[in-house]
Design a protein around this ligand. Structure first.
Ligand code: GDP
Length: 195
């Protein structure tokens, strides 16, 4: 006689994105204060509800958008304060993402210099062989407070074999491009599994 454990079954979505229409799951990673929530808000078009005081929050924002004339559902996960590099990569978030936005602030060299070890761990822990990862250099509007140049960001991305984009969540500069680019990356991987 076969018995099934009640209520412990994982939803049968398996790893990997759904069809071309999604949903695709994007996870925002990065240290506190780099602008993850601001980016998620730019994506959603509305600010999140008031956060509980000092509590880590987990919000997701779902939108349908059209990328290269194809509709897709995109879900963006803002999993809240992840502390320094050690706390970033909770297993659940690594398993959730079809792609990852690794965010740093161009005004905070510390958030930049801790990217490499976090990214290595992300790759090691991911159930997918080569998940799309985009390095997001946020707060590009704060020119006078800038500590990390465009060139440094780019060469870090080359070194780590990921994409790179500078954004300003505050001005919504390049935010649309960021999310559309992520969709394209996921589609590319789907077209060439394992490569
Ligand atoms: P999180 O901890 O990574 O979620 O960071 P938040 O989204 O809460 O942003 C931290 C602070 O930086 C907030 O005061 C934001 O308003 C500000 N911020 C976020 N993105 C930008 C940006 O692109 N430009 C500027 N000038 N400020 C930003």
């Amino acid at each position: 006689q076969l018995r099934r454990e009640a209520a412990v079954e994982e939803p049968d979505t398996g790893p990997g994105p759904g069809g071309r229409g999604g949903p695709y799951r994007l996870v925002l990673l990065g240290e506190r204060g780099v602008g993850k929530t601001a980016l998620a808000t730019a994506f959603a078009g509305t600010p999140p509800g008031p956060p509980a005081d000092d509590e880590p929050h987990e919000d997701s924002y779902e939108r349908r958008l059209s990328v290269d004339d194809e509709e897709v559902t995109l879900i963006v996960y803002d999993i809240g304060d992840q502390g320094e590099a050690g706390g970033w990569l909770q297993e659940s978030c690594v398993r959730t993402g079809d792609a990852f936005l690794l965010v740093f602030s161009v005004t905070d060299r510390g958030s930049f210099s801790r990217l490499a070890p976090a990214l290595r761990r992300l790759r090691a822990d991911s159930p997918r062989p080569d998940p799309p990862i985009i390095l997001v250099a946020n707060k590009s509007d704060l020119a006078r407070a800038r500590e990390v140049s465009l060139e440094e960001g780019r060469s870090m991305a080359v070194m780590l074999s990921c994409k790179h984009i500078e954004t300003s969540a505050a001005l919504q500069h390049n935010t649309q491009e960021l999310f559309e680019g992520a969709v394209r990356q996921i589609r590319l991987r789907r077209g060439h599994p394992g490569g």
